[in-house]
Design a protein around this ligand. Structure first.
Ligand code: HEC
Length: 260
Protein backbone atom coordinates (compact mmCIF):
# COMPACT_ATOMS: atom_id res chain seq x y z
CA UNK A 1 0.00 0.00 0.00
CA UNK A 2 1.32 3.37 -0.98
CA UNK A 3 -0.32 6.30 0.79
CA UNK A 4 1.81 9.18 -0.34
CA UNK A 5 0.26 12.54 -1.03
CA UNK A 6 1.86 14.94 -3.42
CA UNK A 7 0.25 18.03 -1.93
CA UNK A 8 -1.60 19.08 1.22
CA UNK A 9 -4.74 19.42 -0.93
CA UNK A 10 -4.63 15.74 -1.79
CA UNK A 11 -4.40 14.83 1.90
CA UNK A 12 -7.43 17.01 2.70
CA UNK A 13 -9.36 15.49 -0.20
CA UNK A 14 -8.50 12.01 1.06
CA UNK A 15 -9.63 12.82 4.61
CA UNK A 16 -12.90 14.31 3.31
CA UNK A 17 -13.51 11.16 1.27
CA UNK A 18 -12.83 8.88 4.24
CA UNK A 19 -15.21 10.95 6.39
CA UNK A 20 -17.90 10.74 3.71
CA UNK A 21 -17.52 6.98 3.40
CA UNK A 22 -17.81 6.56 7.19
CA UNK A 23 -20.91 8.76 7.12
CA UNK A 24 -22.41 6.69 4.35
CA UNK A 25 -21.82 3.46 6.29
CA UNK A 26 -23.43 4.91 9.44
CA UNK A 27 -26.47 6.12 7.46
CA UNK A 28 -26.75 2.69 5.83
CA UNK A 29 -26.87 1.03 9.26
CA UNK A 30 -29.48 3.50 10.52
CA UNK A 31 -31.67 2.95 7.44
CA UNK A 32 -31.33 -0.80 7.83
CA UNK A 33 -32.33 -0.55 11.51
CA UNK A 34 -35.42 1.56 10.70
CA UNK A 35 -36.34 -0.83 7.90
CA UNK A 36 -36.22 -3.83 10.23
CA UNK A 37 -38.19 -2.00 12.91
CA UNK A 38 -40.92 -1.15 10.38
CA UNK A 39 -41.02 -4.73 9.19
CA UNK A 40 -41.34 -5.90 12.77
CA UNK A 41 -44.29 -3.55 13.40
CA UNK A 42 -45.95 -4.66 10.19
CA UNK A 43 -45.48 -8.33 11.09
CA UNK A 44 -46.88 -7.88 14.58
CA UNK A 45 -49.98 -6.25 13.12
CA UNK A 46 -50.61 -9.09 10.72
CA UNK A 47 -49.67 -11.71 13.30
CA UNK A 48 -46.64 -13.04 11.39
CA UNK A 49 -43.34 -13.84 13.05
CA UNK A 50 -40.27 -12.08 11.79
CA UNK A 51 -37.21 -14.28 11.96
CA UNK A 52 -34.43 -12.85 14.15
CA UNK A 53 -31.57 -11.41 12.13
CA UNK A 54 -28.90 -14.00 11.46
CA UNK A 55 -26.22 -14.46 8.86
CA UNK A 56 -28.17 -17.35 7.41
CA UNK A 57 -31.40 -15.40 6.82
CA UNK A 58 -29.40 -12.46 5.49
CA UNK A 59 -27.55 -14.72 3.08
CA UNK A 60 -30.83 -16.21 1.79
CA UNK A 61 -32.40 -12.77 1.46
CA UNK A 62 -29.52 -11.79 -0.82
CA UNK A 63 -30.92 -13.96 -3.57
CA UNK A 64 -34.56 -14.03 -2.55
CA UNK A 65 -35.09 -17.09 -4.73
CA UNK A 66 -37.77 -19.56 -3.70
CA UNK A 67 -36.61 -23.18 -3.92
CA UNK A 68 -38.48 -25.42 -6.39
CA UNK A 69 -40.03 -27.54 -3.61
CA UNK A 70 -42.03 -24.47 -2.55
CA UNK A 71 -42.91 -23.30 -6.02
CA UNK A 72 -46.68 -23.38 -5.44
CA UNK A 73 -46.20 -20.29 -3.22
CA UNK A 74 -45.01 -18.22 -6.16
CA UNK A 75 -47.14 -19.75 -8.88
CA UNK A 76 -49.02 -16.97 -10.63
CA UNK A 77 -52.69 -17.27 -10.96
CA UNK A 78 -53.00 -17.67 -14.69
CA UNK A 79 -52.76 -20.47 -17.17
CA UNK A 80 -52.07 -20.17 -20.88
CA UNK A 81 -53.04 -23.46 -22.46
CA UNK A 82 -51.25 -25.32 -19.70
CA UNK A 83 -48.27 -23.00 -19.50
CA UNK A 84 -48.04 -21.44 -16.07
CA UNK A 85 -45.78 -18.78 -14.69
CA UNK A 86 -43.60 -18.63 -11.58
CA UNK A 87 -42.91 -15.24 -10.01
CA UNK A 88 -39.42 -16.18 -8.93
CA UNK A 89 -36.31 -14.06 -8.55
CA UNK A 90 -33.29 -14.29 -10.73
CA UNK A 91 -31.39 -17.53 -10.14
CA UNK A 92 -29.02 -17.48 -7.15
CA UNK A 93 -25.92 -18.06 -9.32
CA UNK A 94 -26.77 -14.91 -11.29
CA UNK A 95 -27.21 -12.82 -8.16
CA UNK A 96 -24.04 -14.13 -6.52
CA UNK A 97 -22.18 -13.24 -9.68
CA UNK A 98 -23.69 -9.76 -9.54
CA UNK A 99 -22.60 -9.29 -5.91
CA UNK A 100 -19.16 -10.60 -6.84
CA UNK A 101 -18.85 -7.82 -9.45
CA UNK A 102 -19.64 -5.25 -6.74
CA UNK A 103 -16.95 -6.67 -4.46
CA UNK A 104 -14.57 -6.78 -7.41
CA UNK A 105 -15.29 -3.14 -8.23
CA UNK A 106 -14.55 -2.04 -4.65
CA UNK A 107 -11.32 -4.04 -4.49
CA UNK A 108 -10.35 -2.70 -7.92
CA UNK A 109 -10.99 0.89 -6.91
CA UNK A 110 -9.02 0.56 -3.68
CA UNK A 111 -6.16 -1.20 -5.44
CA UNK A 112 -5.80 1.13 -8.42
CA UNK A 113 -7.22 4.48 -7.34
CA UNK A 114 -6.91 4.72 -3.57
CA UNK A 115 -3.76 2.83 -2.61
CA UNK A 116 -2.12 2.97 -6.05
CA UNK A 117 -0.71 -0.47 -5.30
CA UNK A 118 -1.03 -1.67 -8.92
CA UNK A 119 0.17 0.29 -11.96
CA UNK A 120 -2.39 2.16 -14.06
CA UNK A 121 -2.40 1.84 -17.85
CA UNK A 122 0.06 4.64 -18.46
CA UNK A 123 2.51 3.39 -15.86
CA UNK A 124 2.15 -0.14 -17.24
CA UNK A 125 2.88 1.23 -20.70
CA UNK A 126 5.99 3.02 -19.44
CA UNK A 127 7.20 -0.16 -17.78
CA UNK A 128 6.78 -2.05 -21.03
CA UNK A 129 8.60 0.68 -22.94
CA UNK A 130 11.50 0.43 -20.48
CA UNK A 131 11.67 -3.33 -20.96
CA UNK A 132 11.53 -2.92 -24.75
CA UNK A 133 14.30 -0.32 -24.68
CA UNK A 134 16.47 -2.69 -22.72
CA UNK A 135 15.78 -5.39 -25.29
CA UNK A 136 16.72 -3.00 -28.10
CA UNK A 137 19.98 -2.16 -26.34
CA UNK A 138 20.75 -5.83 -25.84
CA UNK A 139 19.96 -6.53 -29.49
CA UNK A 140 22.17 -3.69 -30.65
CA UNK A 141 24.99 -4.73 -28.33
CA UNK A 142 24.78 -8.27 -29.71
CA UNK A 143 24.73 -7.07 -33.30
CA UNK A 144 27.50 -4.58 -32.70
CA UNK A 145 29.84 -7.55 -32.38
CA UNK A 146 29.22 -8.49 -35.98
CA UNK A 147 30.68 -5.23 -37.34
CA UNK A 148 33.80 -5.73 -39.44
CA UNK A 149 35.82 -3.68 -41.94
CA UNK A 150 33.25 -4.46 -44.63
CA UNK A 151 30.12 -3.51 -42.66
CA UNK A 152 31.53 -0.64 -40.60
CA UNK A 153 29.40 2.47 -40.98
CA UNK A 154 30.43 6.07 -41.54
CA UNK A 155 28.74 7.89 -38.66
CA UNK A 156 30.79 11.09 -38.44
CA UNK A 157 27.66 13.16 -37.78
CA UNK A 158 26.41 11.02 -34.92
CA UNK A 159 27.28 12.91 -31.73
CA UNK A 160 26.85 9.84 -29.53
CA UNK A 161 29.24 7.78 -31.66
CA UNK A 162 31.81 10.60 -31.73
CA UNK A 163 31.60 11.12 -27.96
CA UNK A 164 32.23 7.42 -27.36
CA UNK A 165 35.00 7.40 -29.95
CA UNK A 166 36.69 10.38 -28.33
CA UNK A 167 36.54 8.67 -24.95
CA UNK A 168 38.28 5.59 -26.36
CA UNK A 169 40.81 7.71 -28.23
CA UNK A 170 41.65 9.72 -25.09
CA UNK A 171 42.00 6.57 -23.05
CA UNK A 172 43.97 4.37 -25.43
CA UNK A 173 45.45 6.24 -28.38
CA UNK A 174 46.76 9.65 -27.28
CA UNK A 175 50.05 8.22 -26.02
CA UNK A 176 51.17 7.58 -29.59
CA UNK A 177 48.87 9.76 -31.71
CA UNK A 178 48.75 12.90 -29.54
CA UNK A 179 45.87 14.40 -27.57
CA UNK A 180 44.45 16.01 -30.70
CA UNK A 181 45.52 13.29 -33.11
CA UNK A 182 48.48 15.44 -34.22
CA UNK A 183 50.82 12.44 -34.13
CA UNK A 184 53.80 11.34 -32.08
CA UNK A 185 55.17 7.85 -32.19
CA UNK A 186 52.25 7.16 -34.49
CA UNK A 187 51.27 9.23 -37.52
CA UNK A 188 49.24 12.43 -37.63
CA UNK A 189 45.61 11.32 -37.91
CA UNK A 190 44.20 14.73 -38.84
CA UNK A 191 45.91 15.24 -42.18
CA UNK A 192 44.90 13.93 -45.58
CA UNK A 193 47.78 11.46 -45.79
CA UNK A 194 47.31 7.84 -44.90
CA UNK A 195 49.73 4.93 -44.72
CA UNK A 196 46.99 2.34 -44.77
CA UNK A 197 44.10 4.10 -46.47
CA UNK A 198 41.72 6.76 -45.24
CA UNK A 199 38.27 5.31 -45.80
CA UNK A 200 36.24 4.24 -42.78
CA UNK A 201 36.83 0.64 -43.89
CA UNK A 202 40.62 1.11 -44.08
CA UNK A 203 40.83 2.92 -40.75
CA UNK A 204 38.71 0.24 -39.08
CA UNK A 205 40.91 -2.48 -40.54
CA UNK A 206 44.12 -0.77 -39.37
CA UNK A 207 42.74 -0.36 -35.85
CA UNK A 208 41.46 -3.93 -35.78
CA UNK A 209 44.53 -5.71 -37.05
CA UNK A 210 47.14 -3.08 -36.16
CA UNK A 211 50.57 -2.85 -37.80
CA UNK A 212 52.50 -4.86 -35.21
CA UNK A 213 55.85 -4.63 -36.96
CA UNK A 214 55.60 -0.80 -36.94
CA UNK A 215 54.34 -0.42 -33.38
CA UNK A 216 50.58 0.00 -34.00
CA UNK A 217 48.69 -2.35 -31.74
CA UNK A 218 45.98 -4.72 -33.03
CA UNK A 219 42.99 -3.55 -31.03
CA UNK A 220 40.59 -6.39 -31.82
CA UNK A 221 41.47 -8.14 -28.58
CA UNK A 222 40.84 -5.06 -26.43
CA UNK A 223 38.08 -3.16 -28.18
CA UNK A 224 34.65 -4.44 -29.16
CA UNK A 225 33.74 -4.08 -32.84
CA UNK A 226 31.31 -1.24 -32.13
CA UNK A 227 33.98 0.52 -30.07
CA UNK A 228 36.39 0.25 -33.00
CA UNK A 229 33.65 1.66 -35.20
CA UNK A 230 33.19 4.57 -32.78
CA UNK A 231 36.88 5.42 -32.61
CA UNK A 232 37.27 5.05 -36.41
CA UNK A 233 34.52 7.60 -36.87
CA UNK A 234 36.08 9.89 -34.30
CA UNK A 235 39.36 9.79 -36.20
CA UNK A 236 37.65 10.69 -39.46
CA UNK A 237 35.75 13.46 -37.69
CA UNK A 238 38.99 15.23 -36.68
CA UNK A 239 40.26 15.24 -40.27
CA UNK A 240 41.43 18.71 -41.29
CA UNK A 241 41.40 20.15 -37.76
CA UNK A 242 45.07 21.00 -38.22
CA UNK A 243 46.19 20.84 -34.54
CA UNK A 244 49.42 22.60 -33.40
CA UNK A 245 52.68 20.63 -33.66
CA UNK A 246 51.19 18.34 -36.27
CA UNK A 247 53.50 15.56 -37.38
CA UNK A 248 54.61 15.76 -40.99
CA UNK A 249 52.38 13.84 -43.38
CA UNK A 250 53.14 10.17 -44.00
CA UNK A 251 51.75 7.92 -46.71
CA UNK A 252 49.64 8.99 -49.64
CA UNK A 253 47.03 11.66 -49.95
CA UNK A 254 43.51 10.26 -49.82
CA UNK A 255 40.00 11.51 -49.32
CA UNK A 256 39.33 10.30 -45.81
CA UNK A 257 35.59 10.66 -45.68
CA UNK A 258 34.76 8.54 -48.71
CA UNK A 259 33.72 4.95 -48.16
CA UNK A 260 34.64 2.22 -50.58
C1 HEC B 1 51.99 2.22 -29.00
C2 HEC B 1 51.70 3.32 -29.86
C3 HEC B 1 50.34 3.38 -30.53
C4 HEC B 1 49.13 3.35 -29.91
C5 HEC B 1 48.81 3.22 -28.44
C6 HEC B 1 48.14 3.49 -30.96
N1 HEC B 1 48.77 3.60 -32.18
FE1 HEC B 1 47.85 3.83 -33.95
N2 HEC B 1 49.66 3.77 -34.89
C7 HEC B 1 50.86 3.67 -34.25
C8 HEC B 1 51.91 3.64 -35.25
C9 HEC B 1 53.41 3.55 -34.97
C10 HEC B 1 51.28 3.71 -36.50
C11 HEC B 1 51.93 3.73 -37.87
C12 HEC B 1 52.02 2.32 -38.42
C13 HEC B 1 52.80 2.24 -39.69
O1 HEC B 1 53.83 2.93 -39.79
O2 HEC B 1 52.37 1.48 -40.56
C14 HEC B 1 49.87 3.82 -36.22
C15 HEC B 1 48.89 3.92 -37.20
C16 HEC B 1 47.56 4.10 -36.94
C17 HEC B 1 46.59 4.32 -37.98
C18 HEC B 1 46.83 4.35 -39.47
C19 HEC B 1 47.28 5.73 -39.90
C20 HEC B 1 47.56 5.81 -41.37
O3 HEC B 1 48.24 6.76 -41.74
O4 HEC B 1 47.14 4.90 -42.11
C21 HEC B 1 45.41 4.50 -37.36
C22 HEC B 1 44.05 4.76 -37.99
C23 HEC B 1 45.65 4.36 -35.94
N3 HEC B 1 46.96 4.12 -35.71
C24 HEC B 1 44.66 4.44 -34.97
C25 HEC B 1 44.92 4.20 -33.64
C26 HEC B 1 43.88 4.15 -32.64
C27 HEC B 1 42.40 4.36 -32.90
C28 HEC B 1 44.48 3.86 -31.47
C29 HEC B 1 43.83 3.70 -30.14
C30 HEC B 1 42.77 2.73 -30.04
C31 HEC B 1 45.89 3.77 -31.71
N4 HEC B 1 46.11 3.95 -33.03
C32 HEC B 1 46.79 3.51 -30.74
C33 HEC B 1 51.08 3.60 -32.90
C34 HEC B 1 50.08 3.51 -31.93
Amino acid sequence: MNLSFKTGDELILFLVLVTLVIFAIVILFVVFGIFRALKQIDAERSGKIVEAFSFDTWWKSLTGAVPLEKEEVILLNHNYDGIRELDNHLPPWWKYLFYATIVFAIVYMLDYHVWYSSPLQEEEYQQEVTVAQKQIEEYQAKNANSIDEKTVKLLVTDAKVLAKGKEIFTGKCVACHGALGEGGVGPNLTDEYWLHGGTINDVFKTIKNGVPEKGMIAWKATLKPNEMQDVSNYILSIAGTNPPNGKAPQGVKADSTATK
